[in-house]
Design a protein around this ligand. Structure first.
Ligand SMILES: NC(=O)c1ccc[n+]([C@@H]2O[C@H](COP(=O)([O-])OP(=O)(O)OC[C@H]3O[C@@H](n4cnc5c(N)ncnc54)[C@H](O)[C@@H]3O)[C@@H](O)[C@H]2O)c1
Length: 243
């Protein structure tokens, strides 16, 4: 799909990968970019950058951990843009310290609500809205290399990402049925606020590899949007080995 003239929505757009994705969409000529986050201050800064790049930003302050919020978000975004073409479900958190099995119960549940459930609801709602207009669409779900292996310090996180991968792969038939492509992107370690750079368990990995930049992941989002052969699967953005 060509980005130029299309309407897009990005969750977790206040920082990191989501911010880079929103800017990439604006730089490639998106008409309207709905930027979603809980951090209103950051959204205002990203809105300025989106506008400077030539797109119309629409700010939505929304906590995607609440399912009703996500449903309302997509309905408002559809009405205010005139129709969403590109959706990037990206907002995510890690449980952080104390590590599993001492993770607070509420934090474990929040990881699933934000990373997995919001992505499922966002994907489901996007499909509903795109189908109602008989419109083609691309839905990108930010997954992680954490989907491929256990993660002893934060199993809620790796479980949420494994769930995203399965859910996305389960959407494979939607391309043929409705011309709606759903894809996951699986980044390695990216230089953003979510990464616990001081954590002992992450140190060996951080020493062994070159850390990715958010722009590298936004480039992968563009690849997914551009390439009509990509759907119902994932692409991995691996870290190169250091040195
Ligand atoms: N950074 C990495 O190494 C890495 C690797 C693989 C996957 N990811 C995934 O990338 C995605 C983006 O993370 P990031 O690395 O850019 O981190 P980040 O912390 O920089 O950005 C995450 C954004 O999501 C927002 N957010 C958090 N909870 C929210 C909620 N309830 N509702 C709405 N917005 C909320 C935050 O305010 C923040 O702006 C996440 O899904 C993360 O799991 C990151």
């Amino acid at each position: 799909m060509e980005i130029k003239g299309k309407n897009a929505l990005v969750t977790g757009a206040g920082a990191g990968i989501g911010e880079a994705s929103a800017l990439m969409l604006a730089e490639n000529g998106a008409a309207k970019v709905v930027i979603v986050d809980i951090d209103e201050g950051n959204l205002k800064k990203v809105a300025d950058a989106v506008r400077a790049a030539g797109s119309e930003p629409i700010i939505k302050v929304c906590d995607v951990s609440v399912t009703d919020n996500v449903v309302q978000l997509f309905e408002e975004a559809e009405a205010e843009t005139g129709g969403l073409d590109i959706v990037h479900n990206n907002a995510g958190i890690m449980a952080g310290e104390p590590f599993f099995p001492d993770t607070p119960m509420g934090k474990m549940i929040a990881v699933i609500q934000i990373n997995l459930l919001a992505m499922m609801v966002g994907t489901r709602k996007s499909i509903e809205l795109m189908r109602a207009r008989s419109a083609a669409g691309v839905i990108i779900n930010t997954c992680s290399v954490a989907a491929f292996s256990p993660m002893a310090a934060d199993p809620a996180y790796s479980t949420s990402k494994a769930g995203i991968l399965n859910f996305t792969q389960s959407c494979e038939p939607l391309k043929e049925a409705f011309n709606i492509r759903v894809m996951a992107i699986c980044p390695g370690i990216v230089d953003t606020a979510i990464v616990p750079l001081d954590a002992e368990w992450l140190k060996p990995a951080l020493e062994a590899v070159k850390i990715l930049e958010p722009k590298d992941i936004a480039d992968a989002v563009k690849t997914v949007i551009d390439d009509e052969s990509l759907y119902g699967d994932q692409i991995t953005i691996n870290n190169e080995m250091a040195g």
